[in-house]
Design a protein around this ligand. Structure first.
Ligand code: KIV
Ligand code: ZN
Length: 508
């Protein structure tokens, strides 16, 4: 094992490239929770959003910039003064502001999207970096679709933006087209032919259209790239971005091969993966490396036998090293707040005192309905109490009458912000339709249901039901999640949570 390990910088774009992909939207409160956990995870840069894209995005980048102290907070901008001005406003309070400017450099993007010549692109790139440097020292320039661009043109543009003050130049494989050896070769070429590259950091940003985003990022790191842009669980446009947890653990497990590492606290990986999955409503596939349900499961007898004799027979890293606690410890109704706090911390959750009171109250309520409260139950409680939008509406009570020979009827009563109760009754094509239609009636909005999923937190008979919904209204989308020992109630709670996210953004 080599001792001269170099540090690779981790630039997380879960809240920007991840969040902008369909079905991954988060409300501001959820983005704040994710940002806090990314900071705890130890990412070097948190790309918090794209401030010029909407007033809501500007506000959420601003809020995150005011909270995060250790990681740099980045705002994405097109190479336009108005975008850079929006980033400037959003990053005013950031301890470590970071401006990320992108402009496409591939022939197809320049001709058909930008309608600009290469010389115009070069001039725009340099001017925008100079403009951003007036207020922010940490500026990154990304050559969008760099992999399909002329390598010499990319070297030229990188040389000039570095001369203009860019501290990082990013080489994205925007459409996930590269092959690993080819991508590593391209990175070597860029490093050898870009003037002034020794004064800057070369970054990569890989998409996963051919399932190669992580392999390409690792090939680039092997070739000398100093920063990887990635997302938790690999969420992102189309087939996603390179997954942070896979890059980080590949570097750590194979330090003999890469002689490189990151500043990531890998024991925080699993909790942040669960949080992102819960707030986006996007499930992690069971066989996903590092964080999938089966990533550390050993079914075959011969494997189980080997792992019991020595875990190294079939495990190249321990579950604990990525924050998965294998010593399942069940709590029950006699467990106190201290035991809950201990278990939460073993599971990687550092819950503040006020939030702990709320989690504890919900834990007690759950323990009254359920014999044992497992780690998954606890995790669901914490995630359910963090990042939720203010409760404009709260479920007070519900009744549903349904059967094989009657139409389903629901009566739903919600408590409004002012403490007043509102009730509505509705028929429906099944329990869920009846309940959701009653809620629409009650709030006076024809909200559409885009996605509805029901599952259970654990596999036992008294398991808690977990519902995820995605709703849309006026062309925008929100997610909601509900957990209850009654499966119908979890669905109603999820719908109300999504409505609250919508109302928090004052949509009329
Ligand atoms: O995929 C891409 O090229 C991007 C840039 C904005 C870096 O997301
Ligand atoms: Zn991207």
């Amino acid at each position: 094992m080599a001792n001269n390990k170099r540090m690779v910088r981790v630039f997380d774009t879960t809240l920007r490239d991840g969040e902008q992909s369909p079905g991954c939207s988060m409300n501001v409160a959820e983005k704040i929770e994710v940002a806090k956990r990314l900071e705890l995870l130890g990412v070097d840069v948190i790309e918090a959003g794209y401030p010029a894209s909407s007033p809501g995005d500007l506000e959420s980048v601003k809020t995150i910039a005011g909270i995060i102290k250790q990681s740099a907070v980045a705002g994405l901008c097109r190479a336009l003064e108005k975008d850079i001005d929006a980033a400037r406003e959003a990053l005013q309070k950031a301890e470590n502001p970071y401006v990320h400017i992108f402009l496409a450099t591939s022939p197809v993007h320049m001709e058909y999207k930008l309608k600009m010549t290469p010389d115009q692109v070069l001039e725009r790139a340099v001017n925008s970096v100079k403009y951003a440097k007036k207020f922010c020292s940490d500026v990154e320039f990304s050559a969008e679709d760099a992999f399909r661009s002329d390598p010499d043109f990319v070297c030229k543009i990188f040389s000039e933006v570095i001369a203009a003050g860019a501290l990082t130049v990013n080489f994205p494989d925007t459409v996930g087209y590269a092959m690993p050896a080819e991508f590593g070769g391209r990175i070597r070429y860029i490093l050898e032919h870009t003037k002034g590259i020794e004064k800057a950091l070369l970054s990569v940003h890989c998409h996963n259209d051919l399932g190669l985003a992580v392999a390409n990022s690792l090939a680039a790191i092997g070739a000398g790239a100093g920063q990887a842009e990635c997302t938790i669980n690999g969420i992102g446009e189309r087939a996603g971005n390179a997954s942070l947890e896979e890059i980080v653990m590949a570097l750590r497990v194979r330090k003999d091969y890469f002689s490189a590492d990151t500043r990531i606290d890998s024991t925080q990986i699993y909790p942040v993966s669960r949080l992102v999955s819960q707030v986006t409503g996007v499930k992690v596939q069971p066989n996903k490396a590092i964080v999938g349900e089966n990533a550390f499961a050993h079914e075959a007898g011969i494997h189980q036998h080997g792992v019991l004799a020595n875990p190294e027979t079939y495990e190249i890293m321990t579950p604990e090293s990525v924050g998965i606690s294998k010593k399942e410890l069940v709590l029950g109704k006699h467990s106190g707040k201290h035991a809950l706090r201990e278990r939460l911390s073993e599971l990687g959750f550092n819950v503040e005192e006020k939030a702990l009171d709320e989690v504890f109250a919900r834990f007690k309520e759950l323990a009254d309905h359920k014999k044992t409260v497992s780690d998954r139950d606890i995790e669901a409680l914490v995630i359910g109490t963090t990042g939720a939008a203010p409760e404009k509406w709260k479920l007070d009570r519900w009744v549903i009458n349904a059967g094989s020979s009657v139409s389903a009827t629901s009566a739903i009563r919600l408590e409004a912000e002012d403490g007043g109760m509102r009730e509505a009754v509705h028929f429906g094509n099944g329990c869920i339709d009846a309940a959701f239609s009653a809620i629409n009636n009650l709030i006076g909005k024809e909200v559409a249901l885009e996605m509805f999923e029901l599952g259970s937190i654990t596999g036992d008979a008294d398991a808690q039901g977990e519902a995820m919904v995605k709703i849309s209204y006026n062309g925008r989308r929100w997610n909601g999640r509900g957990v209850s020992t009654n499966i119908i109630e979890s669905a109603i709670m999820a719908y109300v949570a999504a409505i609250n996210s919508m109302e928090a953004e004052a949509v009329h």
